[in-house]
Design a protein around this ligand. Sequence first.
Ligand SMILES: Nc1ncnc2c1ncn2[C@@H]1O[C@H](COP(=O)(O)OP(=O)(O)OP(=O)(O)O)[C@@H](O)[C@H]1O
Length: 483
Amino acid sequence: MNRMLIVDDETQVQTFFSYLLHRKDIHLSFASNAYEVMAALAGEPYQAALVDLKLPDTNGLDILKAIKEKMPGCRVIIMTGYGTVKSALEAIRLGAEDYIEKPFDDIDELERLIHSLFTSPVNQRQTEMLRLAEQTGFIVGQSTEMHHLLSLAYKIARKNITVLIEGETGTGKEVLARFLHHASARQQQPFIGVNCGAFTETLLESELFGHEKGAFTGATQTRKGLFEIASKGTLFFDEIGDASPSIQVKLLRVLETREFMRIGSEQHRHTDARIIAASHVNLHEAVRQGKFREDLLYRLNVVKLSIPPLRERREDIPYLVQYLAKRHKTGEMFFVSETLALMQEYDWPGNIRELSNVVARALTLADGETSRITPDYLPASIVKPVRISQTSSPSPRNEGQALLPFEDYLESWKQELLAQWQSSIEHIDFPSIMKRIKELERIIEKAFVTKALRETLGNQKKAARLLNISVRTLRYLLNEKGK
Ligand SMILES: Nc1ncnc2c1ncn2[C@@H]1O[C@H](COP(=O)(O)OP(=O)(O)OP(=O)(O)O)[C@@H](O)[C@H]1O
């Protein structure tokens, strides 16, 4: 017979479960404090446990740890009251299967959940999660960190809670938001993304809340806003940190009341849209700098999912490259190990977006020439990163970066730019070109300063005079810009 432990000090809860499960083939045991839990764990193993977060002499997280230690196979569901969702998420991180909120609104869902604890194999949910990730185009990779992130996302996807996604640019915040939507009960409803930095304040307001005909010049038709259109679906606010102070106030109001008004109307409308927000800046820092409202952050940050930058999970790079390459139907082409090793060394400031561009560019350049993607098909910034040598003879690698003679650097810079110029427009990585232009400026300045210093045997005053700049500027170019 299946055995389940209910850990809760409220007698009504114990009675409720006895009643709910009395016809099921489950042997129920109850514990209302740490002592009783320990006594229960000394006996026969349990397959499942429901654990309340708040107990008189301990807390649910400690009970969870004790259960996982004594009976690792026991699947634990955490029960939480209103406002303790954050601790429930901590429980999921510690190995709980899921959490449910008290009072139990949906008894059918609760029964289904308990049933699944005894019937669905642990790896079935895992398989379903990976299938959904694949469907949404979310590549998980192999790092444990990304797997934890995805399982947490999967577990909270079905709850209607607001989620904040943080991560550097190009780490996949939007892809993760789509995964959350796809794994939720709202998957058949619209998913609408809005970039808060891409609109002027008035346009964003009208996009979000809609407007009545004649509300302002140019409002020739009544238009629904995104809160209305996505009412049963998901609304994704990208770059929420760029929302103006007045939009922040309005968003806060909708999050608090779930109500809004179209511009030019006094009628309150209700929205059930699930909100997911994303930011590449640290919003806590933005609050400290007075750029973001603390109360809005509090509302958005019910659950925070932080995507690590690519440089912190380099072990994923070969896997991601292989996966991204498969998306380009260029036949049997593969990245040789030397190429992959260079890609693993590089820091990827543009994260997966940059990686995806580099893969596409390499495949396009090699197409029709070879099936082996060698380092020749990588941009020079990856093969020969940016530092130049102080002498004109080639120098050995230093801290993973090649030190190039100035002339070679200029040549590789030119080649790289020409390769981008000759790529088809969708493969051109313009942000990286602009970055490389700034880098070129820095390298040229430093090269001339170094040359002058060599001429003057290191005399900064004489070198500055030769270059027609002040000593201060020379020092700045050497130290600040040279870093
Ligand atoms: N885990 C991933 N799996 C597959 N593709 C990904 C993943 N992460 C990012 N990408 C790809 O990288 C690009 C950028 O992803 P996305 O727009 O989600 O990033 P972002 O973090 O929202 O970027 P930004 O901060 O610049 O808005 C997209 O082309 C996306 O398909």
